[in-house]
Design a protein around this ligand. Structure first.
Ligand code: ADP
Ligand code: MG
Length: 275
């Protein structure tokens, strides 16, 4: 079977501000994700997670390396964008703040209809598809005519997920998609994502600074530190027995049973000394 997503040697450097040094935001990241699989990408702010996510969905151009979705190189996908047949083999992104990505003038049904229309859904199928999408992400039909400001943060994120699912993507990339939500709402969205993955076989790339959140929704984890993958493996294994001191530091710095501020300081000093 073809893998949903194969990322090979992705690298991206940003020019520093003014005469500042160049920043290697992402440095040779590779991984493979099967259909229906889920990968968590974790690391502190600035570790390169968003840049990696942007390259996967085509919002940033890599300096080198390739992104292959459903057996097709992303660069060829772009060239074939006009061919509507290819629309199903794409990756879609869900951002932290759907307020920014949702049109304030459109209600829920309008926003979904707009997305479907733009991807070539025939007119006579739109109403039905809108209802199906709302149902799929757990939005009550009475919300069809609500606009973004009338929705809760969790409901807005459900709309953003529905929009991303509208074209039936192979890969769904979520960048800090639950980071702005209350813990109980986070749990609801994570459960929803897991259901969607199981039902549709969409592959999830779940990006978060929060290792505990990532652990709830993914079966593989990739830990990024300064643009590099310092550790990858099964989620259980990485959470229970981290091999890299940076992973241990992330685990020890989160509130919860692993919280060890003194250990964090110790590990941070060791990491700084090593580079
Ligand atoms: P994360 O999402 O893990 O916080 P980012 O991918 O946003 O990490 O950033 C990685 C590094 O690349 C940081 O040092 C950041 O300052 C830099 N960076 C990200 N985007 C840009 C950009 N558009 N221009 C210049 N530098 C950038
Ligand atoms: Mg980020």
């Amino acid at each position: 079977m073809t893998d949903a997503l194969v990322v090979s040697g992705l690298t991206k450097t940003y020019r520093g501000a003014g005469r500042g040094p160049r920043v290697v935001a992402v440095d040779g990241i590779s991984f493979t994700l099967a259909a229906g699989g889920s990968l968590g990408v974790v690391g502190e702010s600035g570790s390169g997670k968003t840049t990696l996510a942007q390259m996967i969905v085509g919002l940033a151009e890599p300096d080198s390396g390739t992104v292959v979705i459903d057996g097709r190189d992303r660069r060829d996908l772009r060239r074939g964008r006009r061919a509507r047949l290819q629309r199903a083999t794409e990756a879609q992104m869900v951002f932290q703040d759907p307020y920014g990505s949702l049109d304030r003038r459109l209600d829920v049904a309008g926003a979904l209809a707009d997305t479907l229309r733009r991807h070539g859904t025939p007119k006579d199928r739109i109403a039905r598809d809108v209802a199906a999408l709302m149902d799929r992400v757990g939005l009550a039909s009475r919300l069809a005519n609500s606009r973004p400001h009338e929705l809760s943060g969790g409901q807005r994120q459900r709309v953003a997920i529905a929009k991303a699912l509208a074209i039936d993507p192979t890969v769904l990339v979520l960048d800090e998609a639950v980071s702005a939500l209350d813990v109980s709402v986070q749990a609801q969205i994570l459960t929803l994502l897991d259901e969607i993955r199981a039902e549709s076989g969409v592959a999830l790339v779940f990006v978060s600074h929060d290792l505990a959140v990532v652990g709830q929704v993914t079966d593989q984890i990739l830990v990024m530190y300064r643009g590099r993958a310092v550790e990858t493996g099964d989620t259980d294994q990485v959470l229970r027995r981290p091999e890299h001191p940076y992973t241990e530091m992330l685990l020890s710095s989160a509130p919860g049973p692993r919280w060890q501020p003194e250990r964090v300081a110790e590990l941070r000093a060791a990491l700084a000394a090593a580079t």
